[in-house]
Write a protein that binds this ligand. Sequence first.
Ligand code: ADP
Ligand code: MG
Length: 690
Amino acid sequence: MNLKLNSSTDHIKGVGEKYSRALKKHNILTVFDLLLNFPAFYIDFNNIDNNIEISKKKVYKTEIKKVKLTRNFKKRLSTLRVHANIYEKNKLNSNSKPKCYDIQILIFNKPYLFDLLKKNGNVYFFGNIENSNGYLQVNNPMIFNTIENGNVMPVYTKISTIKSGFLRKIFKNIFGSLDDNFENLPEQIVNKYSFRNIVETLKNIHFPEIYNENTFYNNKKRFIYEEFLFFQIELQFVRRYFKKNIRINNYTINNKLRESIKQSLRFDLTSDQINVYEEVVNDLKSTQTMQRLLQGDVGSGKTVVSFLTLLIAKINGFQGAFLVPTEILANQHFLNAKAFFKNIEIEIITGSTPNNKKREIKERLKKGEIDIIFGTHSILNENIEFKNLSMIIIDEQQRFGVSQRAALFYKGKSVDLLVTTATPIPRTMLLTLYNDLKVSKIINKPKGRKSIITKIVDTGKRDSFYKWLKTKIEKGEKTYIVLPLIEKSDFFSQLHSIEEDSEYFKEIFKPSQIGIISGKTPNIEKARILNKFINGDIKVLLSTTVIEVGIDVKDAIMIVIENADRYGLSQLHQLRGRVGRSSFQSYCYIIPSQQVTENGKKRLKIISSTNDGFKIAEMDLRIRGGGMISGFEQSGYLDFKIADTKRDYEIFKLAKIDAEQILKNPSLQNNYITNNISLLKEKIKKINFS
Ligand code: ADP
Ligand code: MG
């Protein structure tokens, strides 16, 4: 009985040095951190009714009749073929004889289950029964011979190489020796919401006696609230601190500047671009530093506004930095910049800049010999000294938190900042999270672009759709096909995966070759395939959602999105944004899953009726969660571990108000909060940019 919530994970029985290190990589340092990894779902052994429900994951009790193991050593494949009976309880009359069903269970590559299955008359399995040519069949279910973990069994997502079963053991061990009354929330808060003790609540989450979705959520609420509250305290504290950020660098801005760049551009600025420029100019004349967010869809023309802003700094004798998320983008912008900035010293630093070159650039930045530096966001982590940095552009960064902005304060004295993003942030979110940022928008794209036509394909006509698509490919057109998963998932059997479907697509498009890219494809290979797609050797690119937003293949005019109903609206919009990058008419084909939830239907309707990213983002917030897969739904606006800004928006609002009170009135703070606030300043100085 000596484990505490803040004990390091290597104090837990069963967690050796190796696992402790693996956990550390996932930012799990303490027992508390680990316990905050809640079960992905529960298997409920209470009330097993054995009613056969096709395609639904549930627990069945079976009676084994026959087991056969076949092995193919060459292919390293083993199959356990199990014949079993399932006795279905009669729903209407429990006294009548149960109905018996014959069922085939197939288990791949788990030969060690053979003994267990043979010896035991009865086993439980968790899986979905499918109707396969008139036979009832289950593929690769989870098998249990006894109900050894209580009547409700938590199932966890793997952490590093630590699998669910082992995690369950570890959690058991934790609760065997955990004794801690630690409380991180102030007493008033605990009372106000009637939160229960932390350890007790966690125990109920990991090992509930009975499972009930509402109870689970109620237990979780405490931790959702906590996450929001601490986030809000930090946010609001930093924001107050920021208010002192008074302008030091003054600019004289010539009214003709905008005109003077005309010969560097092949086009006239759109009226939206001009408006944003004027807004920037006003900021730069104000007594406070600029803190502006520029929103505009991909391809709407944000870069030229950023360049103009940097030009103002340079003309006034200051230095500027243009920072982007990836090296590819940094290089792309640097090339454009060379054409734009005449007689101005510009340089680029990325991960591949050789050390001696890096050293030289740093030297010159310090001396003020370089006017504008291009690079990835991470160069902010390096010890770069500037002579007189006054302007920073952070390109394509939506998650640029308030702490990171505060940290910039230490990089240059009261710098002006323009953050750009292609992912529109809904107005409600802006008000709550970013209300100290001013917002500019580029709504209308440059002339000559056609809006993308989005069509929903009937799921039942998938094959004939692809046959039709093949005729398009044969005429020389290019298409993306996006699947949600790399590997087939037992949990989400309706979702298409590269693993399962690539043969299907190879067959369909024969003799044309297809390119396949996923998060697992090595970078060099990825680049090679992308190049083939760009130059037209490959006309079909099959991928997961990993293909970077930055990828720009102008003549790829079609994109097919499978299981489209399972994505958040914003993500669908981003995916669709991979086409429509030229004056050609582009198309987005959406194929829904076999079963679509009501919210899923709403999302599909919205995405097929508008191309307006701002509208879509608003709707995205309004239609919450339902039917989407977490972790896969990347439309969340901030990365919370347990909380979800959409689902838990009501709690979010409460936490925000409470945080205000707590900051205003120190007597409401407990030690935990007071200490953390005093550490914030140090934390900000060391913040990591990437
Ligand atoms: P994003 O907003 O995604 O950063 P870019 O700034 O890269 O978009 O612009 C996309 C493309 O549009 C570029 O090729 C750019 O040269 C072009 N562009 C930008 N502004 C205009 C304009 N006013 N008229 C015509 N083309 C423009
Ligand atoms: Mg851009």
